[in-house]
Design a protein around this ligand. Structure first.
Ligand SMILES: Cc1cc2nc3c(=O)[nH]c(=O)nc-3n(C[C@H](O)[C@H](O)[C@H](O)COP(=O)(O)OP(=O)(O)OC[C@H]3O[C@@H](n4cnc5c(N)ncnc54)[C@H](O)[C@@H]3O)c2cc1C
Length: 326
């Protein structure tokens, strides 16, 4: 069985696809923007759930199977999407999610304002002693990443860590066990609170906050809009602000490859993960509905796409052989 497959992204979805392809004799070239493989296993899942050596070990197993890694290579920037498509028999896109969106409030450019994913990545790949958030930290958002950022901040030595959420407890996106874990760590939850300005000269000094109100009858609804109470405003003194309000889904690959997509999510055949463009597959978080992005789902989809590619290549090669025999 032969076949050349390019995989964009080096996270769990990509690595499981690469392992499956190598087991069936196909080549697997992984293009990863970061200096190391592993995706969020390496850079995003906090060390107390996914220690770095575990991710490095899993990655090494895939490389031992013969997958080739092209690191520090951002497709769309260092190499074109079309170039990959043309040079390989199949292309798997496993680019995950993008950055945490900006809050779009005044003061966001001040030092001391962090992206939650950057803080977590630093705790995994840098020296913990070099990370100084200060004593009072505010985390904006109440999802899984917010809990991780807040509990990291506590472990980095912050004395008071507050999670600000513009809705109430019932609408919090984090799991209940994460909520319990954060409370055990002494994290303070400020419900129905919205940061409207980050205040400071060069460095963060305080957050200007307003209370929010649900629409009548929508207190539990995560999607329902809330209104701010402009007349109830206060300053919360803080040394660092961490943005943790979800992650952007990049649309670039789908546009570049003319893959049909609904919003930023490509349309795929659920049985194979093949997109509307034959030979191009999408797997992992780039497909995941909100709240359903997990390593196991990403790994399962990587395997599924690889199996579909192997079947397709086998059929094509079998048909070609039969043609020659006849
Ligand atoms: C803070 C946090 C905590 C989490 N905790 C858990 C947990 O405890 N358990 C769990 O199951 N899941 C957890 N998840 C979710 C889990 O990490 C993801 O579902 C999983 O990593 C998705 O794998 P993936 O391969 O699709 O994407 P990713 O792991 O995001 O990997 C995508 C890779 O693609 C690369 N890339 C992107 N664009 C390009 C490009 N143009 N060119 C080259 N490379 C590119 C990126 O650099 C990245 O390495 C967590 C997520 C976060 C953010």
């Amino acid at each position: 069985m032969s076949g050349r497959v390019a995989i964009v992204g080096g996270g769990p979805a990509a690595l499981s696809a690469a392992a499956e392809l190598r087991r069936h004799g196909c080549s697997a070239d992984i293009y990863e923007a970061q200096p190391s493989l592993g995706g969020l296993d390496t850079y995003g899942i906090v060390s107390y759930r996914e220690p770095l050596p575990v991710s490095a070990w899993e990655t090494s197993l895939v490389l031992q199977l013969g997958a080739v890694a092209h690191l520090n290579t951002r497709v769309g920037q260092d190499i074109g999407w079309r170039a990959l498509e043309q040079n390989y028999d199949a292309l798997i896109i496993a680019t995950g999610l993008g950055r945490v969106p900006r809050l779009n409030i005044p003061g966001e450019q001040l030092t001391g304002v962090w992206d939650a994913l950057d803080i977590i990545a630093l705790t995994k790949t840098g020296h913990l002693d070099d990370i100084d958030l200060g004593a009072r930290v505010a985390v904006i958002g109440a999802g899984n990443t917010a809990i991780d950022a807040a509990t990291c901040a506590r472990r980095l030595g912050a004395e008071r860590v507050s999670i600000l959420y513009r809705r109430g407890e019932a609408a919090m996106p984090a799991y209940s066990y994460e909520y319990a874990f954060a409370k055990q760590d002494g994290i303070v939850f400020e419900w129905w609170t919205q940061a409207v300005e980050i205040v400071g000269q060069h460095h963060v000094e305080a957050l200007r906050c307003q209370h929010t109100l649900p629409l009548p009858g929508h207190a539990d609804d995560r999607m329902a809009p809330v209104s701010t109470q402009d007349d109830v405003e206060w300053l919360m003194p803080v040394d660092a602000v961490i943005r943790a309000i979800g992650q952007i889904k990049p649309q670039g690959p789908w546009d570049a490859l003319q893959v049909a997509h609904h919003g930023p999510v490509p349309r795929v055949d659920p049985k194979t993960c093949e997109t509307s463009a034959p030979g191009i597959y999408a797997v992992g978080d780039c497909l995941a509905p909100p709240g359903e992005a997990t390593v196991v789902n990403a790994v399962a989809q990587g395997k599924k796409a690889a199996a579909a590619i192997v079947n397709k290549l086998w059929e094509a090669q079998h048909t070609a052989c039969q043609g020659k025999e006849e």
